[in-house]
Design a binder for this molecule. Sequence first.
Ligand SMILES: NC(=O)c1ccc[n+]([C@@H]2O[C@H](COP(=O)([O-])OP(=O)(O)OC[C@H]3O[C@@H](n4cnc5c(N)ncnc54)[C@H](OP(=O)(O)O)[C@@H]3O)[C@@H](O)[C@H]2O)c1
Length: 274
Amino acid sequence: MKDNYIVGVIGAGNMGEALIKGLLRSNLVRSYEILASARTQRRIRFLEKTYGVHTTRKNLSVVAACDTIILAVKPQDMENVCGEIRDKATKDHLIISIAAGIDFSKLRQMLGAKPRLIRVMPNLPAVIDAGVSAIYCGPRMPERYRRFAHQIFQAVGQTVDIREEKLMDVVTGLSGTGPAYFFAMMEALCSAGRKMGLTDGMSRMLTLQTALGAAEMAASNGASPEELRRRVTSKKGTTWAAMRHMKKRNFWRTMEEAVAVATKRARQLRTLKK
Ligand SMILES: NC(=O)c1ccc[n+]([C@@H]2O[C@H](COP(=O)([O-])OP(=O)(O)OC[C@H]3O[C@@H](n4cnc5c(N)ncnc54)[C@H](OP(=O)(O)O)[C@@H]3O)[C@@H](O)[C@H]2O)c1
């Protein structure tokens, strides 16, 4: 280990910050063991003041001081950042990329043959420690690095192992993009309530509590979502009428297509230029 830093975060934006917050709360590392880089002095000051972590505007300083580095910049900034750190990345580095769509072969091309690489696809609820992160390590990753990656991302929610790299794009289309599917659905329900006479506040409260209740039921119950839906759908009742309409309007197919389109977009991000 170098200079006592355990984890470096390059590009401490929304996700980078969520990870810093989670790592500190989980006590996996202490604030003085994190070195984060950001582009602006304003961001640097914010990170120092809020989390007490060490900061730098030089990405190379992170590479020089840390063995484990989380790359948390946008996919379109990856080329620049990787080009900047490539020459200093050694076989002792573990580089964890959370960039959507950027696969191992692209990472290798950008970072060279030396560092160990892990890909992770987290999602937005990581900011409240309720995220889910899919972790892909590739075939020859020593177990202790895989375990360390899980520990890092368990600080902001749950983790799963992905064995086939091509499935990382599917994860991106499902859980990486997924919070927005539920936000869109909540948005539509709020709007329906308002249009039919409920106040904005009432509509929102009813929608959010229903979403929370349904998610908690689905998570705590052994039954599948399909089974839960069947149980609340009595023939000729209100749910039955609503489900029949949703089926007629291809709700299920629309959702499946949305995941497929997001998955395809993740693949396209590999070749995205800034
Ligand atoms: N947000 C999500 O829900 C989500 C989910 C899964 C995966 N991801 C992945 O997580 C990554 C980050 O997403 P995000 O939402 O956290 O984006 P973000 O908030 O924009 O964070 C990226 C950060 O990187 C900084 N940055 C850009 N170029 C840099 C450079 N050359 N050196 C150092 N820092 C640099 C940006 O600074 P400036 O603001 O000054 O440009 C920004 O603070 C993306 O690759 C994304 O695919 C995000």
